[in-house]
Design a protein around this ligand. Structure first.
Ligand code: SF4
Length: 53
């Protein structure tokens, strides 16, 4: 899959990561600890993450 230059990501050990960008066709971002209200950007996380093997 080509990288999506609209989705910048710094998680270099994700299988979907390529040179600062995400290659997944879609991603799911959730709130750390559950719920639907994040206090700030650091309180969010990507659930499409898959570690590189
Ligand atoms: S799936 Fe999530 S963690 Fe992985 S490269 Fe894409 S945005 Fe980053």
């Amino acid at each position: 899959m080509d990288k999506n230059e609209s989705i910048k990501c710094r998680v270099s050990n994700c299988t979907h990561w390529d040179s600062q960008y995400c290659t997944a066709s879609n991603i799911e971002v959730d709130v750390d600890g559950g719920g639907t209200n994040a206090p700030n950007a650091e309180g969010t996380n990507c659930h499409t993450f898959e570690p590189r093997s």
